[in-house]
Design a protein around this ligand. Structure first.
Ligand SMILES: *[C@@H]1O[C@H](CO)[C@@H](O)[C@H](O)[C@H]1NC(C)=O
Length: 477
């Protein structure tokens, strides 16, 4: 717990809350993980290679997917059974990617050479390049990542059918259209870096059917999404990399914690309809469609600064803003500085939503939250509280033991300190008493306190023993 609190201090809100969410599920997954690992490790051990010192010299000929783990880390244990499944599936599907795991604490020198800073770190190593995996730690997501990044960063589309096929498969599709050019070199550069996020294709002009695109200039880079396409314009859009980064999401998204985390890297503001998908009231459908309409009808006005979408339930947002948002409602988050904006009145019309969004952009809307010192402090307290509550919810007995024991120790210590203080008082009184008249009653008091002092050491021993126990508890934790 202390570890997570320290982490929370150091990183911005979005990242933290993710870690926290993962931690809440950790308990359950741990048990599951250990059991599955025992079952699986004997069967498919060879599919995940245990890496050591020799890895650095031997790895260059292959593409590697490596889990850098620490034996004591809970997230790592949770990942382990999934990792064996990833190894098995990649092998079975004939992928050239080799799957390994390395104890980053045992080979810390090598781990730091690979830039491992937390556990577990998942990296795909391809020659000189190392790609970090930051998505959800599920088998399918990890395998999709491995296949995407291990392949060529720009995939060429040899035929019309192929183009139509990938267009159907991907929600967002970047295509370079044209022959060799300076722009293509740039495109390949950008793709080799941003392949961690999305797919990049290239095609010659005659491959792309006219019903999809009318191109004014060649060569060009086009993104197909939201049932239409947008062309990169060097003068208007800035660098190709920043344009790709802005355009790699659909205009309107179903947003969850991971999406929000990814969106953080675009620095955009995120306008979200917070709704409950299980009880889709008229109000929530209306808010959703208002946001949807802004994302399409006002794309040109806002797409540079805004991402639009909806989120199911307010749990995630609540922990993010450390408050309570109504469901359904509209909220705008600034992913760069952790501020958020709430409309001052209920959203009735598109015009109201537009003027709210404009007021956020021009700075007249009231901003809440932020990443200042005060809010970081609040974050620590908030996360500590919700961690404790989540442990209570998942296993009350363990929680009573974990938190009750130190609490007991602390109260005993307080008691000890208090009685010690009153002893001092008594000593003072005694000294004063010596100079003043001596009172029988005061004498009685002194005697009682002396008796208490004699008992003192015994109590102290008990506290030490308890403390030792709780320290052992912490180690177990
Ligand atoms: C969002 O945060 C960034 C970084 O602090 C800041 O530059 C930008 O002005 C903020 N946007 C709004 C609309 O407040």
């Amino acid at each position: 717990m202390l570890r997570s609190i320290l982490l929370l201090l150091a990183f911005p809100v979005l990242r933290c809350s993710l870690a926290k969410m993962a931690e809440m599920k950790e308990m359950k997954a741990l048990t599951y993980g250990v059991i599955t690992t025992i079952l699986l490790s004997s069967a498919v051990f060879a599919l995940v290679e245990d890496l050591d010192d020799t890895f650095k010299d031997n790895r260059m000929d292959d593409v590697w997917l490596v889990d850098f783990y620490a034996p004591w880390c809970g997230y790592c244990k949770k990942l382990e059974p999934i990792w064996y499944e990833v190894g098995a599936e990649l092998k079975n599907s004939g992928s050239p990617v080799r799957v390994g795991k390395m104890d980053a604490t045992a080979y810390s020198g090598m781990a730091s050479e690979f830039g491992v800073r937390g556990y577990p770190t998942i990296k795909l190593l391809k020659g000189e390049l190392a790609y970090n995996y930051k998505g959800p730690r599920t088998k399918d997501d990890i395998i999709e990542f491995a296949n995407r990044v291990a392949g060529p960063s720009v995939r060429s589309l040899p035929s019309r059918q192929m183009f139509e096929h990938v267009l159907k498969r991907h929600n967002v599709l970047f295509v370079y259209i044209g022959g060799e050019s300076l722009l293509k070199e740039k495109y390949i550069d950008v793709a080799s870096e941003l392949i961690v996020y999305t797919y990049f294709f290239s095609a010659s002009e005659d491959i792309i059917p006219e019903q999809y695109v009318t191109l004014s200039e060649l060569p060009c880079v086009v993104v197909f999404k939201d049932g239409t396409y947008f062309t990169y314009d060097e003068y208007e859009d800035g660098s190709l990399a920043s344009w790709v980064n802005r355009e790699r999401f659909q205009g309107y998204l179903q947003i969850d914690g991971f999406t929000l985390y990814e969106l953080g890297e675009t620095g955009k503001l995120v306008a979200i309809a917070v709704i409950d998908e299980k009880v889709s009231t008229e109000e929530s459908l209306r808010l959703k469609s208002l946001i949807q309409r802004v994302s399409t009808e006002y794309r040109d006005n806002f797409y540079r600064d805004f991402q639009f979408g909806h989120m199911d339930g307010n749990d995630y947002i609540n922990s993010l803003i450390m408050g309570e948002v109504a469901v359904p409602s509209v909220i705008v988050l600034n992913t760069s500085n952790e501020q958020y904006f709430l409309p001052s009145e209920p959203m009735e019309s598109l015009e109201q939503l537009i003027s709210f969004i404009r007021s956020v952009l021009d700075g007249t809307a009231q901003a809440y939250g932020g990443d200042g010192f005060f809010h970081r402090l609040k974050r620590v307290a908030y996360d500590a509280r919700s961690t404790i509550m989540s442990v209570f919810r998942s296993s009350p007995v363990l929680a009573c033991f974990l938190f009750g024991l130190p609490l007991g120790v602390i109260s005993l210590m307080c008691y000890g300190i208090c009685t010690a203080e009153s002893d001092d008082d008594v000593e003072l009184i005694k000294q004063e008493g010596q100079t003043d008249e001596e009172d029988e009653e005061e004498d009685e008091d002194v005697r009682r306190h002396l008796a208490a002092q004699l008992k003192g050491p015994g109590e102290g021993d008990e506290i030490e023993e308890l403390e030792e126990k709780s320290a052992a508890e912490k180690k177990l934790d």
